[in-house]
Ligand binder design. Structure first.
Ligand code: SF4
Length: 234
């Protein structure tokens, strides 16, 4: 009978601990911000737009769709419907035809026309620059409102929490929440307000380039020595 082989011990990965407590967590957040700013100094919104109305349309279209695909569709949409009045008067099937490739095109077309109608009826055709007015527009939630306020109006009223920000905030030990609103509430006190919009861009860029959802490239990550999830992708 062949001798039983003892299984080789599993390779252990030395991971930094999750920072606990306010001061340690704030110091951790500051370090992450510094490094990400150095790595992605030009991080910005990946959606193409020229004004708040265009960004609002593009952000509604970006639900469950890549920014790249949205950018392929919006030139035709904005050429045909350059402002809220034009879009409010659009036929739904015409809008659907243009935005079809972004997915969920029926509900998105409905949201776009509903949003444009609300802008015309309540705001003289202009996009409002405050959270309370934005979140009651059809198709607009807090995430979309944060995108508009931060990128079209330069206001740091909140932090955009998308799938990348959710994943990275957890992996980096900034929060253990999974709900977007709770994640945003956890992140707000950790970062200077003037960086809130930029923070989302940084986490999104790092998520796209290195900290992939399925295969994080920890070996190439500039945060590996301070990330409590380092080694996840090895
Ligand atoms: S790639 Fe790895 S080390 Fe870098 S942030 Fe993601 S999980 Fe952490």
């Amino acid at each position: 009978m062949p001798a039983r082989r003892t299984p080789a011990p599993k390779k252990s990965v030395m991971r930094p601990k999750r920072p606990r407590g306010g001061p340690a967590l704030r110091a951790h957040a500051a370090l992450l911000l510094d490094r990400l700013l150095e790595r992605y100094p030009d991080a910005h919104c990946a959606l193409d737009f020229h004004n708040a109305f265009e960004l609002l349309c593009a952000t509604i279209l970006s639900a469950q769709c890549t920014d790249k695909r949205v950018n392929m569709v919006t030139p035709a949409l904005f050429a045909r419907y350059p402002d809220a009045r034009a879009l409010a008067a659009a036929r739904q099937e015409d809008v659907e035809e243009i935005i079809k490739s972004t997915g969920f095109f029926r509900s998105k077309a409905k949201s776009l026309i509903g949003m444009a109608t609300a802008l015309v009826e309540r705001h003289g055709g202009e996009v409002p620059s405050d959270m309370a007015a934005l979140v009651v527009l059809p198709g607009v939630g807090r995430k979309t409102a944060n995108v508009i306020l931060g990128n079209a109006f330069g206001r740091n009223d909140g932090i955009v929490v998308d799938t990348h920000v959710t994943r990275l905030s957890n992996r980096l030990g900034l929060t253990s929440q999974s709900d977007a609103v709770k994640i945003e509430q956890a992140l707000l006190p950790l970062f200077p307000q003037e960086r809130w919009t930029m923070l989302s861009h940084l986490l999104i860029d790092h998520g796209r380039q290195i900290c992939d959802a399925k295969k994080p490239r920890c070996g190439e990550c500039l945060l590996a020595d301070v990330c409590p999830s380092a080694g996840l992708g090895t």
